[in-house]
Design a protein around this ligand. Structure first.
Ligand code: AMP
Length: 249
């Protein structure tokens, strides 16, 4: 079985995001970029499945600018086998990405696609679900555990009330949540080896997909600062404030 893992290049999770002076978007010039953290978890899960003998090949794919190659190389250094860069300088949106991924799935025929549950730049949490809908495949989103048994995948999902386990008939879509695993760091020898692994370059048109933005950003602004808190002297005062000022009791 092949596993396909889509990985997105996003602003590094440790960087403080700033809004452009004209409020049109988030500042991306000279900002450290990295693989979306949930995609690292997705790559790790694919590697563990391969190590457990459940998969033979891991293909990573990124839709984005030339620099997304670096993100793919990171995934190759972690242990993926080959990479596809679907090059576009357009701002990618979940629907456009899902359309490209549908084309990649049709070309590569994976048994499983593992995505991140969301990209931390736009926080859309849509691509996996849209891809499942376009392909007509089963989906297990917010996965905290994945067990493959023959042509079935048992996925434990993190839902509001606790955990839900669903059984999917493969081929299927899984999206990775935070507790699925702890991704490994790529070792130096593996970073060197990754430079020689195959990386194909394609365009959205190669997959018959149109990635032109459909969404219009009206405004981007920083969240308002938090107001300073107050210290109360007694429980009675706290209860009084909750009742009469916050109105929550
Ligand atoms: P989103 O729906 O934008 O929150 O993204 C969910 C997941 O879809 C991410 O964690 C990635 O696995 C995948 N994804 C989204 N955008 C891209 C992209 N441009 N290239 C590759 N994978 C992507």
């Amino acid at each position: 079985m092949k596993i396909l893992v889509p990985v997105k290049r996003v602003v590094d999770a440790n960087v403080k995001v700033r809004v452009k002076a004209d409020g049109s978007a988030v500042e991306l010039a000279n900002v450290k970029m990295a693989m979306n953290p949930f995609d690292e978890i997705a790559v790790e899960e694919a590697i563990r499945l391969k190590e457990a003998g459940k998969a033979e090949e891991i293909i990573v794919v990124s839709i984005g600018p030339q620099q997304a190659q670096e993100t793919l190389r990171t995934a190759l250094a972690m242990g993926a086998d080959r990479a596809i860069l679907v090059k576009t300088d357009e701002q990618t949106e979940p629907l456009g990405v899902a359309k490209v991924l549908k084309g990649v799935v049709e070309a590569e025929q994976p048994g499983l696609v593992i995505l991140g549950k969301q990209a931390i730049d736009d926080d859309s949490n849509q691509t996996g679900q849209m891809l499942a809908a376009l392909l007509g495949w089963a989906q297990g989103t917010f996965a905290s555990k994945v067990v493959i048994d023959g042509d079935k995948a048992k996925v434990t999902r993190e839902v509001d009330g606790g955990l839900q386990t669903v059984e999917l008939k493969m081929p299927a879509i899984v999206t990775a949540d935070l507790r699925l695993n702890q991704p490994r760091y790529a070792s130096l020898p593996n970073i060197m080896k990754a430079k020689k692994k195959p990386l194909d370059e394609k365009s959205p048109a190669d997959f018959g997909a149109d990635v032109k933005p459909r969404l219009k950003v009206l405004k981007t602004e920083e969240p308002g600062g938090r107001k300073a808190g107050v210290k109360v002297k007694s429980v009675a005062e706290l209860v009084d404030k909750l009742k009469n000022e916050a109105g929550v009791l």
